[in-house]
Design a protein around this ligand. Structure first.
Ligand code: SF4
Ligand code: MG
Length: 339
């Protein structure tokens, strides 16, 4: 099949040390049973508020952290239990681009050295070959090869993220997990970097998992979108289907919070304001039943008793809700027909 990455029931739990208040060890459920597939060549957006576990999930997917449970298959191979040594030859195929290029680039190393690092780790070739490859990567991401010997602080924020992207591309990966790669950038620069991601995907047949904290940025880059809440995927659908008629109440609320899509698209029921009340519960203290029930405007008794499984509610659309919103736009909010 054309699935490049498959996650099955992935969990990442942290055990918190007992304190004076809690006599029992508490478990923080950062990622709590996530299953998804990423198809070769697609971009899967992963969206959720901060603390929902999306960054941790991203690190699980490329095995930068150990899983507590579940399985990750990359390119047909189970990588979830590989030792560091056996993981080594797999690493070049999957790379992570970090949110903050300022924090993720070593300030004492020259840009060329930073990009060369993965090449040296994976024994790309001799010094001349590495230097040629680095110059090529600079060109690919739109940086001047004349700036190879500059330090990160001598570049703008957008250029620094280009260095981070060049480093991720160095080993010719198939998969790139990008963790909020434009969140730290000025709005005016964001579109340029997003366009670069799109161009690189075409040029190198890349597959992306694109993590973001709101639905504004990912719409234009994602083929499908997974919405996360408290460590779980609550909805997964084709991008336009999701924006057109969200099926999970949380997606509806997130969409209504996108201030202005400003792209000429027709208004959808999601544009009605749905204001969520209450705080996101702690992932160390998840509600019983549906994790969203403490903030859901549609919660009923059953929601406290049974955890809704992620279920295919329409072709290609997966929803974890006992009472998914209808796909018929007008019925979503019960708008009465004109008399
Ligand atoms: Fe709301 Fe219940 Fe659906 Fe959860 S299962 S999202 S509480 S309606
Ligand atoms: Mg994060």
């Amino acid at each position: 099949d054309d699935v490049l990455l498959r996650a099955t029931d992935v969990t990442k739990h942290y055990t918190l040390r007992p304190d004076g208040f809690a006599r029992h060890r508490r478990v923080l459920r950062a990622v709590d049973g996530v299953s998804l597939e990423v198809r070769a060549g697609e971009t899967l957006g992963v969206v959720g508020e901060s603390g929902c576990g999306k960054s941790t999930l991203g690190r699980c997917l490329v095995r930068l952290t150990e899983l507590t449970g579940g399985r990750v298959e990359f390119d047909g191979r189970d990588i979830s239990t590989l030792s560091a040594r056996r993981l080594r030859p797999v690493r070049p195929g999957m790379q992570l681009v970090f949110q903050d290029p300022h924090a993720s680039l070593n300030p004492r190393r020259r840009a060329g050295e930073i990009v060369a690092e993965p090449l040296l780790i994976h024994r790309y070739g001799n010094a001349a070959a590495v230097r040629r490859r680095v110059a090529e990567l600079f060109d690919v991401v739109g940086l001047a090869a004349a700036h190879l010997d500059r330090y990160p602080h001598e570049f703008s924020g957008g250029q620094r993220q280009r260095i981070g992207i060049a480093r991720a591309l160095a080993t010719a990966p198939k998969l790139i997990v990008a963790d909020e790669p434009v969140s730290a950038l000025d709005v005016s620069i964001q579109a340029q970097v997003l366009n670069l991601f799109a161009d690189l995907q075409d040029e190198f047949a890349l597959t992306y998992v694109f993590i973001a904290h709101d639905l504004g940025v990912v719409r234009h880059v994602s083929d499908r979108i997974a919405v996360m809440y408290l460590g779980e995927i609550v909805e997964l659908a084709e991008t336009e289907a999701l924006y057109g008629a969200p099926s999970h109440p949380y997606t509806q609320a997130l969409l209504s919070a996108v201030p202005d899509l400003d792209d000429g698209s027709a208004p959808t029921p999601a544009r009605e304001r749905v204001v969520l009340t209450g705080e996101v519960p702690s992932p160390a203290d998840k509600p019983t039943g549906c994790p969203f029930r403490t903030r859901c405007p549609y919660a009923r008794e059953r929601c406290a008793l049974e955890r809704p499984p992620l279920t295919e509610t329409a072709p290609g659309r997966w929803t974890a809700c006992h009472y998914p919103l209808a796909a018929e736009p007008l019925s979503v909010l019960g708008t009465p027909p004109p008399a």
